[in-house]
Design a protein around this ligand. Sequence first.
Ligand SMILES: [Zn+2]
Length: 260
Amino acid sequence: MVKFSGNDVTGGNFPQLTINGRMRCSYMMFNCEGGESDGNFKSLNVGLHVGDDAQAVLANRDIVKRRVGVSYLLSALQVHGSDIYVQKEPLTGDTEVQNYDALITNQGGVALMTQHADCQAVLLYDSVACVIASVHNGWKGSVQNILGKVVGQMVREFSSEPAHIQAVISPSLGPCCAEFIHHQKELPPEFLQFQVKENYFDFWQISVKQLMDKGLLQENIILSGQCTVCSDEYFSYRKAVRCTGGVTGRNGSVIVLRDI
Ligand SMILES: [Zn+2]
């Protein structure tokens, strides 16, 4: 992972070009800096449905588009479910689909944005099948194994080969802060192997395991390893619960196939 100048975005190009050599895949994971929102949303909040001023959010999304170098974003009004939206045509405008938590496309120039504050954005790229995905993966996503479902859909619909898929797991809730005092009710027993101390779980490694169970290779999985609760650079829902009654912005993470 590369930290760009200004330290407000992490990302880079995946090394492999697509199989026809005409496209490369880039990703950018933005933190909370460099935007136009104020107050609890200061400043690069990309979430339209968290109580922020819509004009400021749209201005922030314009900043994201300029930085990524795309005309439009495809995003979702996420609901901590496991439904997957597949975009098979170019975008003709910014599009936010309702009630999905994962986005897949094989279209160049279609930037997939996940909005998150402690949840993981998991970005997937298969350079051979020429397909990408962006997944909103909170603890409820982990319980539903949305990552496994997305990889399965890439295989079924785009003939993706899991061993060809590269993954990046964004800054998100770390094992240092992932306390689940009701884990016996909320989490399945197989997550107990990822309990790092009483009531604390390593959801980063749960995601790595779920991806590897579907056939991804460990060396193809990049883990940011940065905890959004511990860092002041990221919007964090858990931090906001302590400080502002849970009112906070959303970080944007984007992946795109683009012509070279
Ligand atoms: Zn932490």
